[in-house]
Design a protein around this ligand. Structure first.
Ligand SMILES: [Ca+2]
Ligand SMILES: [Ca+2]
Ligand SMILES: [Ca+2]
Ligand SMILES: [Ca+2]
Length: 439
């Protein structure tokens, strides 16, 4: 790679100086300097900083001048210089040195500035593709002294592409090693690898089911293992949060358990317990089960007493009326009320402490008859499921306020007879007659 221009043998020049004074006549023999240099690095690429070091010397004096010609029209002066080549190629570097007697020597060396290799890089989108989703690959490779002329993508699943910016779909979940190899216009290559995680589309767990004790079970023992079933559409492993207590929105008593069972003990007798399971899959997605309940064993439960209904007997259609229901439970249990309004509508109240008046509203909507007698019913049920006897109440529903006012007293009499079996028929068939009778 390096070669000198010297002709092998050292050349010597002799000069004779004649002094002004005879005593100073001396015959002097100047020896030529010897030019040489090294450079670092020896394998040069475009843009790289190259250090040129003169190793020239003068056997009988000193070097006083160094002139560098880098072969690319650039010059420099000095014993130690640096240079960067902007193009690859072959360059003749010339160094000329001069000694203190103005004698010179030169040396030339050939340097080869190589091709800068390309640098491979890429990105892809989306970051976490799911199975069969289109993944976009973007070439981000660079070549500082040329251009990239070919690409080879290995998607890691047995598929390849030679496009610069390919797309690809993965048909199975997993972690894939994607390799991109590029080649620049001078034939140098580079590769880069990145791992890509393909996820499956996640489904939430199925709803917890098949509780034990079964929902609404009674006489459940006081120490019992609750169990349930649950699965995940993706067959993900599941964990469970358990909510349990004697209130209808039970608190969480266990979190993140892996078994589909939970032991509870020392439960109170003849008490309704509520419980709920929340299932989580390993993608952090959850599904809540229904709130189940059961009643523990204990002394016999007594039903609430029959409720009392308080409210108007004669009402106008399409107006809202308020009724109060009240009962008590011999055991002091909470009570809720089932109410039928005689027009095929029903209501169920929340649970309230024993002996608490409970208000429910109702509107009888337009009927085809100007006067109708309807039968309301109310039943009290304690929170252990024991029902009272059912109480009835007759209500006369009229079209107009005037009817309500006019017939209030006589209708009240009829209703109070507790013998209304035929009155609806009478009212329907003999409305005019009744009108007269009631006057
Ligand atoms: Ca010399
Ligand atoms: Ca290049
Ligand atoms: Ca899942
Ligand atoms: Ca009771």
């Amino acid at each position: 790679m390096q070669k000198g221009n010297r002709n092998g043998q050292k050349q010597r020049y002799i000069s004779i100086h004649v002094a002004e004074k005879f005593d100073d006549i001396r015959t002097l023999q100047n020896i030529l300097p010897i030019a040489d240099f090294t450079y670092e690095p020896t394998e040069i690429t475009v843009g790289e900083l190259v250090y040129f070091n003169s190793t020239s010397y003068d056997p009988d004096g000193t070097i006083i001048n160094w002139t560098w010609n880098f072969g690319d029209s650039n010059m420099a002066y000095g014993e130690f210089v640096t240079h960067q080549y902007n193009n690859n190629g072959v360059f003749i570097v010339n160094l000329t040195v001069m000694d203190n007697d103005s004698a010179t020597d030169s040396i030339e060396k050939t340097v080869i500035v190589g091709n800068q290799p390309p640098v491979a890089d890429f990105t892809y989108d989306p970051e976490f593709p799911i199975v069969n989703e289109t993944v976009y690959f973007y070439d981000e490779s660079i070549d500082v002294d040329g251009e990239i002329i070919s690409w080879w993508w290995d998607f890691g699943d047995g598929y390849y592409s030679d496009l610069q910016n390919p797309i690809h779909q993965y048909s199975a979940e997993g972690i894939y090693i994607v390799n991109l190899t590029i080649t620049d216009n001078d034939g140098l290559t580079d590769s880069v690898e990145k791992s890509l995680t393909v996820q499956k589309l996640n489904n939430p767990p199925n709803e917890p089911s098949n509780p034990y004790p079964t929902d609404e079970a009674i006489d459940v023992i006081l120490n019992i293992t609750l169990t349930w079933d649950c699965s995940d559409p993706d067959n993900d492993p599941l964990t469970y949060d358990v909510y349990f207590g004697n209130v209808s929105s039970p608190p969480m008593v266990a979190a993140n358990i892996t078994d589909s069972s939970w032991f509870v003990e020392m439960l109170e007798q003849r008490t309704r317990y509520y419980w709920q399971i929340v299932a989580w899959d390993n993608h952090g997605v959850s599904t809540s089960g229904p709130i189940w309940s059961f009643i523990t064993l204990g002394p016999p439960n007594n039903p609430p007493y029959a409720p009392v209904i308080t409210g108007p007997n004669i009402v106008q259609m399409n107006h809202d009326y308020t009724y109060m229901f009240q009962s008590s439970d011999p055991d002091g249990d909470q009570i809720r009320y089932f109410v039928t309004w005689g027009d095929s509508n029903e209501d169920v109240s929340d649970y309230y402490p024993s002996n608490t008046p409970v208000i429910l509203n109702h509107t009888w909507i337009t009927t085809i008859l100007p006067i109708m007698i309807l039968k309301m019913t109310a039943t009290a049920e304690d929170d252990l499921g024991a029902k009272s006897t059912t109480i009835e109440k007759w209500v006369v529903v009229v079209w107009f306020k005037s009817l309500q006012m006019a017939y209030s007293t006589p209708l009240q009499k009829i209703i109070s007879n507790k013998d209304n079996q035929n009155y609806q028929r009478i009212l329907n068939n003999h409305y005019q007659l009744l009108q007269i009778l009631l006057k």
